[in-house]
Design a protein around this ligand. Structure first.
Ligand code: SF4
Length: 101
């Protein structure tokens, strides 16, 4: 059957949480180079941008993108989580805090 995808209309079970969602991440596909999810600012800007674009393309097809983005925002993790860079998640966190005031 392979990994769950939006194309094969597979959706993960409802009991997913901020820890176990990773089991359903499209980035677990062994054909995908996981390095793209951790683009390095020390790489050339072209390579950095190419890795970010490639990672975001994978995330857009991932069935747990929302949970992953939430987990990445809470944990302040490095890399691409939920289709967002660390800077984008930081911005989103600021906006959410402002809206809560
Ligand atoms: S949203 Fe992206 S980083 Fe998160 S689990 Fe899915 S593919 Fe992996």
């Amino acid at each position: 059957m392979g990994l769950p995808t939006k194309e094969n209309n597979y959706y993960p079970p409802a009991e997913l949480n901020l820890v176990n969602f990773r089991l359903y991440g499209k980035c677990r596909d062994p054909k995908i180079d996981n390095a793209i999810f951790f683009p390095k600012k020390t790489d050339s800007n072209e390579k950095y941008q190419a890795d970010v674009r490639a990672a975001k393309a994978v995330c857009r097809e991932c069935v747990v993108i929302d949970l992953c983005g939430e987990a990445g925002t809470i944990g302040k993790e490095d890399g691409i989580w939920g289709g967002l860079t660390k800077e984008e998640r930081r911005q989103l966190g600021r906006i959410t805090k402002i809206n809560r005031r």
